[in-house]
Design a protein around this ligand. Structure first.
Ligand code: SF4
Length: 272
């Protein structure tokens, strides 16, 4: 029977480079002094994410431990016969995030602090290993999206830098959960990374089959007329969302209820 209040229990916060786990680290800095901060760097992260983690280290006055595996994305991709990960074949999270997390913890009892907010209806990654207990401080403390933004602003860290150029998620630059507009932004902001992502869409050495990150090849998505159409479509969607917001009951507006601009789908452990 584990005594979860005992001194031998480790305290671990797994960072993704996203706003919620970063805000949670700030929120708990002075409450959990023996916290171990870890970051499962896939080696394919955005430069913005890496820089944000480094700024957080300065704020915490503590190193964030990288749990990067020896076998990187490209090695694993080869063992998968060149089959790119996708929503249905999400081997990347398993190999590059979950396994390093469990390997780092080992068999010692550990409390895992998870950054799911009070306004979110999801469970996130919960290990079924009996020595890991997940806790949700934002839920316990009633901290929602607006609360997270406040924590980041007050700390001086601000929102993750990639949000400035229109990306909504941390994680790998080629993540298949990206929206079309995020691919457009990647091409505009990090053309070399876009080229790198595109280079993966090539005939597989084993059977010549080609796998794509999204439902259209990136060399089609990057055509000027296609990018313009994606931009236009995105603008129209934003317009509709703005209109819906102004139709909200006055009590919501006066109450300052702010919600996350884009609903999240995708990889919890990568983008929390
Ligand atoms: S960010 Fe996306 S591509 Fe990277 S490990 Fe997570 S799900 Fe896979």
């Amino acid at each position: 029977m584990i005594n979860w209040d005992g001194p031998s229990v480790r305290h671990i916060l797994s960072l993704s480079g996203g706003k919620d786990s970063t805000a949670l680290a700030i929120h708990l800095r002075d409450r959990v002094p023996n916290m171990e901060y870890i970051f499962h760097d896939t080696g394919k992260e955005l430069p913005d994410t890496v820089a944000y983690i480094e700024r957080l280290e300065s704020y915490l006055g503590q190193r964030v431990i990288r749990t990067t595996t020896r076998q990187g994305f490209d090695d694993i991709l080869r063992t998968k016969g060149g089959v790119l990960p996708s929503g249905r074949r999400r081997w990347c999270t398993d190999y590059l995030k979950l396994k390093p997390f469990e390997a780092y913890i080992g068999d010692e009892p550990c409390i895992n602090y998870v950054g799911i907010r009070a306004d979110e209806d999801r469970v996130g990654y919960i290990s079924h290993k009996p020595n890991i207990r997940a806790v949700f401080p934002f839920r316990d403390d009633g901290i929602d999206y607006a609360g997270v933004v406040r924590i980041l602003t007050d700390s001086g860290l601000g929102m993750p830098p990639y949000t400035e150029w229109g990306r909504t998620r941390s994680g790998c630059f080629f993540c298949f959960y990206q929206q079309k507009i995020e691919w457009v932004r990647l091409k505009q902001h990090y053309p070399k990374l876009f080229e790198e992502a595109k280079a993966y869409e090539k005939p597989n050495r084993v059977n010549g089959q080609v796998f794509y990150w999204t439902d259209e090849p990136l060399d089609q998505l990057e055509r000027p007329e296609r990018m313009a159409a994606i931009e236009e479509n995105w603008e129209r969607t934003q317009e509709r969302k703005r209109a819906r917001r102004t139709q909200r009951p006055l009590v919501d507006v006066l109450g300052g209820l702010e919600t996350e601009p884009t609903p999240r789908d995708g990889c919890m452990i990568c983008q929390l």
